[in-house]
Ligand binder design. Structure first.
Ligand code: HEM
Length: 142
C-alpha cells in the first residue's frame, strides 16, 4: 500500500521535474531574444530562471531521486537490466540539468555563449530522454 503511494509520488514528481526541464531552455531562448545584458527584460528573465531552478527543478529532482531509489531498493530493481539502462539515462538527465543551471548562472553574469538555434536543439534532450526512460520503466525490454 505504502509502496503504491510512493510510486504515485515518484510519477507526480517526475511530471514536475520534466515540466521544469522543458521550460528552462525555452526560457533561455526567449531571454536572449528579449533584450541585451543589463536591460530590464534581462533582469526579469534572470529572476524567472532563478525561481524555476529553485522552486521546481531542484526540489522535484531530489524527490524523484529519493523515491526512485527507494522503489529500486524495495522491488530489487537494481538486479535488472532495464533499471541499469534507466539509471544511466537518469544520471545523464541530472547532468544535463546541472549544465543548464550553469548556463542560467552564465546568463545572470551577462555571458551568452549559446545561440538560439543550439538552445532549441538542446531543448529536445529531456523529451528524448523521457521517451526512452518511460519505455525502459514500463515495457522493460531487458
Ligand atoms: C532519478 C532516478 C530514478 C530512479 C532511481 C527510478 C527508479 C524507479 C524504479 C525502481 C521503478 C520501479 C517501481 C516498480 O517496479 O514498481 C520506477 C518506476 C517508474 N519510473 Fe522511475 N526512477 C527514476 C527516475 C525516473 C524518471 C526521470 C522517469 C520519467 C521520465 C521515471 C519514470 C518512471 C515510471 C513511468 C515508472 C512506473 C513503471 C511501473 O512500475 O509501471 N523514473 N522508477
Amino acid at each position: 500500500m505504502t509502496y503504491l503511494w510512493l510510486k504515485a509520488g515518484h510519477i507526480i514528481f517526475v511530471i514536475f521535474w520534466m515540466a521544469g526541464l522543458f521550460m528552462l531552455p525555452r526560457f533561455f531562448v526567449y531571454h536572449q531574444e528579449d533584450g541585451p545584458p543589463g536591460s530590464e527584460a534581462d533582469a526579469k528573465w534572470i529572476e524567472r530562471e532563478r525561481r524555476l531552478v529553485k522552486i521546481i527543478l531542484t526540489p522535484a529532482m531530489i524527490v524523484v531521486w529519493l523515491l526512485g531509489l527507494f522503489l529500486a531498493y524495495y522491488t530489487a530493481a537494481y538486479t535488472e537490466g532495464w533499471f541499469h539502462a534507466k539509471l544511466l539515462l537518469v544520471l545523464a538527465l541530472t547532468g544535463y540539468q546541472g549544465w543548464m543551471t550553469g548556463y542560467a548562472k552564465k546568463l545572470a553574469r551577462g555571458e551568452r555563449t549559446l545561440e538560439g538555434r543550439n538552445l532549441r536543439l538542446l531543448n529536445e534532450v529531456p523529451g528524448l530522454a523521457a521517451v526512452l526512460i518511460v519505455i525502459l520503466a514500463i515495457a522493460r525490454p531487458f
